[in-house]
Design a protein around this ligand. Sequence first.
Ligand code: FAD
Length: 341
Amino acid sequence: MIGGGQAGLAAGYYLRRAKVDFVILDAQDSAGGAWQHAWDSLRLFSPAQYSSLPGRMMPIPPDGGYPSATEVVTYLTDYERRYDLPVLRPVTVNAVRRGDGRLLVETGHGTWQAKNVISATGTWWRPYVPHYPGIRDFRGEQLHTAGYRGPEPFHGRRVLIVGGGNSAAQILAELSRVAQTTWATLRPPRLLPDEIDGRALFDLATRRHRAAQAGEKTQGIADLGDIVAVPPVREARDRGVLKAEPMFSRITPDGVAWDDGSTEAYDTIVWCTGFRPALAHLSPLRLRGPGGVIPTDGTRALAEPRLHLLGYGDWTGPASATLIGAARTARQTAAEIVAQL
Ligand code: FAD
């Protein structure tokens, strides 16, 4: 297994239960995967009851609400220990190649030979920033969600927040308390009603996946990209700061310009524009298809049946880049590997 975040641990749980001989190689120094690097105030958009790995419930936070990133790290650390999962860290996998009947997993600590490999390396390590004309000439500061830790450095600054999802809304909510903020989104952002929490998004992702498998289309009130009204976002909405501008068309040395000729100056642009799957270690297998993803049947790579991809996004299972989605998908992946062995 490559990657010891939530997806890797969920698969580890099922493999352990099936008494499969396996090891998890993880590049981090400590447990918790990407959650260790999230900004301090991040709140999950999924309630604790919808954020658990198999076998052990995510504890409900003292305030009864949405867990923080720190609480997820504590949960994953405990999970790994409780199920005695064999995680080796820090071990970075540099490449996976085809060997004689096995896959060769190359690391700075030697090469492993495996009958099956599960890649569960997540997306946090490949932040995505769209290209806009002038982006290199901007004299201010630019950062991505992945580099944002908290509002302190932005006191009194003019900050442009780009992106229409949960990250942008949560970061805007707290930056708007200390900075002069503008929010730019491709489409008008969709803020879910207060009574709809993250669980509606998971249910929808599952329905969509099933419908897609049956060749049908779905319509729903919510989407995984919709914004869940966690308490800080609700509070920002009530303060009137959750108002989005259309996307600008180019970046100037001092700020941005819109199609109608208007311009605005900014000290900082925060790109809350998502992530791409971290798949560089699989390049030697030459599996990538259109859109940079690897074609799969479930989680199994079509062109390399010994390789499974877990986490990453809906293309590897319904909502599989979320805690509950990874847990559901991992069960199937482990069952397939056990059957093959
Ligand atoms: P990761 O947590 O990234 O773990 C992958 C592990 O693999 C890491 O430890 C990494 O170091 C390691 N690795 C990477 N490359 C290599 C390599 N070459 N060799 C060895 N190890 C490697 N989900 C929810 O369920 N609810 C939420 O409310 C929620 N909110 C989110 C908010 C934000 C801002 C973000 C970004 C995501 C959120 N998610 C949420 C989505 C999801 O739960 C996370 O993205 C999750 O961290 C993905 O887990 P993972 O195990 O797939 O990947």
